[in-house]
Design a protein around this ligand. Structure first.
Ligand code: ZN
Length: 196
């Protein structure tokens, strides 16, 4: 077991597109086990291999609560095969210590991947549950995309990054998510109607 060093925002590896894993060797298994240990040591919900300097298509997620047993899920060569709905969530990232920003996400995703033994599985995460947006967050890391690229309010994101002494937003990386934004606005309006 080893706790790995987590790269911080500004490190170029975080912007690289990661490579597929061709074989789950002993070395890859050790990397995955160390990633799980590193995630727990930092109280994270998820961790992607590029965050520990390995540009490979692997991430781990554990959405269990504090009073529940550990339940790590390993994703090797994941592919999001379906996405639907929209939500706004406040996310953080172990590569952005203490910085939490509102981002746009799909509320439902279906992902297929290999587990640590190379067995394929499909996972459905719905209704904006933590697993649904954690998968999107971690999968993005494999393509060099970071959660702040999904910022819903660039003024908020700018302030949060500044307050935490992190590098500023990269304007050319910001994603135009007009369709997601429209769905989120509709949902917010419907929620407000319900309150009346
Ligand atoms: Zn992250």
């Amino acid at each position: 077991m080893a706790i790995l060093k987590i790269l911080k925002y500004g490190d170029p590896v975080l912007r690289q597109k990661a490579k597929e894993v061709s074989k789950i060797s002993k070395k890859i298994k050790t990397l995955i086990e160390n990633m799980i240990d590193t995630m727990y040591a930092n109280n994270g919900v998820g961790l992607a291999a590029p965050q520990v300097g390995e540009s490979l298509r692997i991430f781990v997620i554990d959405v269990s609560k504090d009073n529940e047993p550990y339940n790590p899920v390993v994703f090797v060569n994941p592919k999001i095969i379906k996405k639907d709905g929209a939500i706004c969530v406040k996310e953080g990232c172990l590569s952005f210590p203490e910085a939490f920003v509102n981002v746009r996400r799909y509320s439902d995703v279906k992902v297929k991947a290999l587990d640590i033994n190379g067995r394929p599985f499909v996972l459905d995460a719905k209704n904006g549950e933590l697993m649904a947006y954690a998968i999107q967050h971690e999968n993005d890391h494999l393509d060099g995309v970071l959660f702040i690229d999904h910022s819903r309010n660039i003024f908020e994101a700018t302030e949060v990054l500044k307050a935490n002494n992190l590098p500023q937003l990269e304007d050319d990386k910001l994603l135009n998510e007009a369709d997601l934004e429209e769905l989120i606005l509709q949902k917010e309006a419907a929620d407000k109607d319900k309150e009346r």
